[in-house]
Design a binder for this molecule. Structure first.
Ligand code: HSE
Length: 441
């Protein structure tokens, strides 16, 4: 790290001075890449960028960082006169929120990788940055290395987005991929993911969909220019996905993925947005179905552009640092130009539709007795809830008959109520698999 404090003299103009908040896996990779690529970054920006302070909790845990850069006082660091830009990779809500607000107040642009904070308080943070005429960039907060937020904020700013559907959590995608490949159940696949380091010791944030819900909120806010927080996002994780669900999906030419779905529903004054995270069956022909292992991908449907797909590594020190550095180059260029980049507004103000009203499709598998009238009775229950059936298949006969039903689109509450009724019917021995279906013709 000897090149970190690069001399001003070598480049003529004074460098842009960076405060780095946090030096874990991502922060460490940011420091290393800034050091290794210092000359290229300087050439691309037109000025060297120099780290002048690194805020950490325990300085003795960072022997690779020059001691004179380390501080435990992040609050003092972000407002220092010799800091131009702030890079925040500590995560969590506080103290990150206060640090970012202090940085904006002091006129410093911020690059952040903090999905939880942006998903909770993005509107206030953007407003604070705009008020001070500085930048807030956070490409690394969603899907790691994948360039996604800049395309939504800039490249697609002239289009109308209809849907953004993503696999935005690598841990759960790894687990579901292994379940499909090996026939394992959830617990077994999670244990393997933990052993190989794909899942954290406490996998709750990933497995229960909290991580994906925060990312969905950020994506929906940007895609639909509306305020969406993580608490607006309907969320189901993957711990209830069974080997039977995965096998049933394969039987109808589908695979099971944890999806973050953000969609515009309705038009004009009645328009709203549905934002949800849940496991779903998608056809194996869908581009997202081929996204295996811990990879992420996001599929975007826009009125004029049509269908787009963004794919890559959604986690890890270097991939995430790549996104942070891309933002650092952008905010540095803006600063030298005496300008701020495009802000983000919530001008459309679309309301978030409750999950009960979101249009979804279900796959339902039932064990039933193979007797005259059973299919009619089951079909009648769907009709009673206003749910139209798309396909029905019967496997087996006699006492071992299974009905596999895929519905058309209906409000989620109607579908869920149908399943509740089916579970209570005498002729239904067991409801063996219930999963939403996305992307089927
Ligand atoms: N834990 C996340 C994942 C990466 O498994 O994709 C950070 O958001």
């Amino acid at each position: 790290m000897n090149g970190l404090a690069t001399s001003t003299a070598r480049h003529g103009n004074p460098p842009l001075r960076v405060a780095l908040l946090g030096c874990g896996t991502v922060g460490g990779a940011v420091l290393r890449l800034m050091d290794e690529q210092g000359d290229d970054l300087a050439a691309r920006i037109g000025r060297r960028v120099e780290v002048v302070g690194v805020a950490v909790r325990r300085p003795d845990h960072h022997p690779d960082v020059p001691a004179h850069l380390l501080t435990t006082d992040a609050q003092a660091l972000v407002v220092r006169d010799d800091v131009d830009l702030v890079v925040e990779v500590i995560g969590g809500i506080e103290p990150a929120r206060s640090l970012l607000m202090a940085a904006f107040e002091a006129g410093k642009s911020v690059v952040s990788a903090n999905k939880a904070l942006l998903a909770e308080d993005g509107v206030a943070l953007h407003a604070a940055a705009a008020k001070s005429g500085v930048d807030l960039y956070y490409e690394a907060a969603v899907a790691g290395a994948i360039p996604l937020l800049r395309p939504l904020r800039e490249s697609l700013a002239g289009d109308q987005l209809r849907r953004v559907v993503g696999i935005v959590n690598g841990t759960t995608n790894y687990i579901l991929s292994r379940m499909a490949e090996t026939g394992a159940g959830f617990a077994e696949a999670l244990a393997e993911a933990t052993e190989l380091g794909y899942a954290e010791a406490d996998p709750t944030a990933d497995v229960d969909g909290f991580d994906a819900a925060a990312k969905a909120a950020i994506l929906a806010s940007l895609a639909f220019h509306s305020p969406v927080t993580a608490s607006d996002v309907y969320r189901e994780g993957i711990s209830a996905v069974t080997a039977i669900d995965v096998a049933r999906a394969a039987e109808i030419g589908c695979t099971v993925k944890l999806l973050a779905i953000c969609e515009r529903v309705g038009d004009g004054d009645g328009a709203s947005i549905a934002v949800r995270v849940h496991p779903a069956m998608i056809p194996t022909s869908h581009p997202l179905a081929a996204v295996g292992g811990a990879f992420n991908a996001v599929f975007v449907e826009a009125e004029a552009a049509g269908q787009l797909m963004f794919y890559g590594q959604g986690a890890g020190g270097e991939p995430t640092a790549s996104a942070v550095l891309g933002d650092l180059v952008a905010v540095s260029r803006n600063r030298l130009a005496g300008a701020a980049g495009p802000g983000t507004t919530s001008y459309a103000g679309l309301p978030v539709r409750p999950m009960a009203e979101a249009p979804t499709r279900y796959h339902v598998s039932l064990d039933v007795a193979d007797k005259p009238g059973v299919l009619a009775t089951v079909a009648q229950e769907f009709a009673r809830h206003g749910v139209s059936i798309s396909t029905v298949r019967q496997d087996g006969r006699g006492d071992a008959a299974t009905l596999v039903i895929v519905t058309h689109s209906a409000p989620d509450a109607a579908l869920s109520a149908t399943v509740t009724s089916l579970r209570e019917m005498d002729i239904v021995r067991a409801v063996t698999s219930v999963l939403r279906v996305e992307g089927l013709a």
